[in-house]
Structure formats: structure tokens, C-alpha cells
Design a protein around this ligand. Structure first.
Ligand code: ADE
Length: 227
């Protein structure tokens, strides 16, 4: 069974429309919908926005459904000129750009409990997601995806994240899902469609672009699940 987590309904509803024999269950305030998509067993959840909700959801999903892998999907802001609205970012690793214990001598971004800044995503998932992107003719770039509890919408914050972590996209959940999967030894990957420029210049159009971008990640996941 593959676990698929999105933060918002708009990022999940297109995928759930393809689900057969759905069975819902709510645990710890998260509704998990289990069923088959393209003949594959999946469990899906809309976790809510931010790292705490994402972690809570991922841990509950792992304990309750024991997925063989977890994919966090949805939309993200771009951190590179190589990714524009509608393109896809596939995580090679995830970082938490708002994790900072540098005042006591750690490097910025260090998650001290596991002594890592970057949490690596699963190579097989990366390869299969990129292959699915190629199959549907959507541009996908693999690189580090940065998560934090803030909607990035200023050139200053964008530059900080790019300079500190060389990340290609920013969002608010992927690294929390990644950390939970890492400590539980569950393969994971983050797949995000670009919805905005993360510098404040396009965020007024965010709802429109987010809807469009979410449809791209749904298309890709359907192809991935068919493969
Ligand atoms: N999700 C989509 N765009 C984002 C941004 N600019 N910052 C954080 N999360 C996002």
C-alpha cells in the first residue's frame, strides 16, 4: 500500500476522484481514505497546513496502515529559474528552513535528534516519479525541497532559503513527513507542482495557480500509480 499525504483538499480531491472502493476512517482528527487507484492499494490523507499537522498525519498513517512508501504531494513556491508555474519538483532530499539552533553552535537547519540537515528521499520513488513526469510530458526537476511554517512571499526569505540550502522549491509539510518517515524507516518522496514565485510577486494569483498546479501533480501521480 502506498500512502499519499496532501495538506489541502485542492491538492487531493482530483486524486480521490479516481479511487475505487473508498473506505474512510478518522484517527487523531485526520480522515484517512483507503481504496484502490489504477489498481494499486493506496491510503490518502489531507493533513492540514504546516509541519505539525503533517508529522501527526504521517506518524498516524504509518502506525495504522503500515504503507510501504509515503508520498507527500501538493503545491510549492519555486526557488529556481529552472522551475516555473505548473512544473514539478521531485525531492532528492528535504530540509526544514525554519529549524535553527545556530545560537548554540549548530549549523542552520540541523535536526539535532537525528544529526541531519538534509533527509534523503527514496531513490526508487524519485526515479519512478521522474519517469512518470517524462511520460506525461511535464517538466520535472529533482532537488532539495525546503519546508517551514511560513508561506514564503518575500525576496529576502527566498534568497535565505536558496543560499542556505540550495533548495529548488519551498512548501510547509514535506520535511515533516520526511522526518517521520526517516525515523520509522519508511521510504518517502515529496512531489510538488509549482504554484507561485515565493517572492511575493505572484501570490495574489495563488488560488488560481494552486488549483492548476495541483491538477499537474494529480496527473503525475495517476501515471505513477499505473506504472
Ligand atoms: N506552498 C505553495 N507556495 C508556497 C510558498 N511560497 N511558501 C510556502 N508554501 C507554499
Amino acid at each position: 500500500m502506498i500512502g499519499i499525504i496532501a495538506a489541502m483538499n485542492v491538492e487531493m480531491e482530483g486524486l480521490r476522484a479516481h479511487m475505487e472502493n473508498p473506505v474512510s476512517e478518522t484517527v487523531s482528527g485526520v480522515t484517512f481514505v483507503r481504496g484502490t487507484i489504477a489498481g494499486r492499494e493506496v491510503v490518502t490523507a489531507v493533513c492540514g497546513i504546516g509541519k505539525v499537522f503533517a508529522a501527526l498525519c504521517a506518524q498516524t498513517m504509518i502506525l495504522r496502515y503500515a504503507p510501504e512508501a509515503v508520498i507527500n504531494t501538493g503545491v510549492a513556491g519555486t526557488l529556481t529559474n529552472e522551475l516555473t508555474i505548473g512544473n514539478l519538483a521531485v525531492s532528492s532530499c528535504v530540509v526544514q528552513h525554519d529549524m535553527d539552533t545556530s545560537a548554540i553552535g549548530d549549523p542552520v537547519g540541523l535536526i539535532s535528534g537525528i544529526n541531519k540537515i538534509e533527509i534523503p528521499a527514496d531513490r526508487t520513488l524519485i526515479r519512478r516519479l521522474c519517469a512518470a513526469a517524462q511520460a506525461i510530458g511535464v517538466r520535472a526537476l529533482t532537488g532539495c525541497i525546503a519546508s517551514g511554517d511560513q508561506f514564503v512571499a518575500s525576496p529576502g526569505r527566498k534568497t535565505f532559503i536558496t543560499d542556505t540550502f540550495s533548495a529548488i522549491a519551498c512548501e510547509m509539510e514535506g520535511a515533516a513527513v520526511g522526518q517521520v518517515c526517516y525515523v520509522n524507516q519508511v521510504p518517502f518522496c515529496v512531489l510538488r507542482a509549482i504554484s507561485d514565485s515565493a517572492d511575493g510577486s505572484s501570490h495574489m494569483d495563488y488560488p488560481v495557480f494552486a488549483q492548476m498546479a495541483a491538477e499537474q501533480s494529480v496527473r503525475l501521480l495517476l501515471t505513477f500509480l499505473q506504472g
